[in-house]
Ligand binder design. Structure first.
Ligand SMILES: [Zn+2]
Length: 159
């Protein structure tokens, strides 16, 4: 097994009325939230898949099937914690994460620090080990969706 491994995750959810908007475990003020799997936290889902991908584990939809009523409205932190646990069980620790959100609204800038700090806490790394950029979906026609990309680097734990 190599000393370092990389993982990549991607996710998207559709905006819908009547649900809270949660991104990176932080509730953001907005008139719509994200529907779909669990609490719809698109960023935490992408990060979960990046962590699982780094150790070639089954993906989030396989481990936590959206068809299972148990995950309806679930806090997505549960998925991240399980992925981190699996990374550690495989003998690795998280080095850093980088991520990009693609969404028309709301603006992420004012909340970026809170999101980065919350994600860092979930991963057990310093806040400066969590990158977060936000882009608007220019010309993509996806204004009613939020998309997240994430890459993670993991390193074999010293023994
Ligand atoms: Zn998702």
């Amino acid at each position: 097994m190599s000393r370092m491994r990389i993982g990549y995750g991607w996710d998207s959810h559709e905006f819908k009325s009547g649900v809270a908007l949660k991104i990176g475990g932080v509730t953001l003020p907005h008139d719509k939230g994200l529907g779909g799997h669990s609490d719809g936290d698109v960023l935490l889902h992408a990060i979960t898949d990046a962590l699982l991908g780094a150790i070639a584990a089954p993906d989030i939809g396989t481990l936590f099937p959206p068809s299972d009523a148990k995950w309806k409205g679930a806090d997505s932190a549960v998925f991240v914690r399980e992925a981190v646990k699996r990374v550690r069980a495989a003998g690795y620790g998280v080095v850093n994460v980088d991520s990009t959100l693609v969404l028309a609204a709301p603006k992420i800038g004012p909340h970026a620090k809170a999101i980065r700090e919350h994600v860092a806490e979930l991963l057990g790394v310093a806040a400066d080990c969590v990158g977060l950029k936000a882009k608007t979906p220019e010309g993509m026609g996806t204004d009613n969706a939020a998309i997240a990309h994430a890459v993670v680097l993991i390193e074999r734990a010293k023994s």
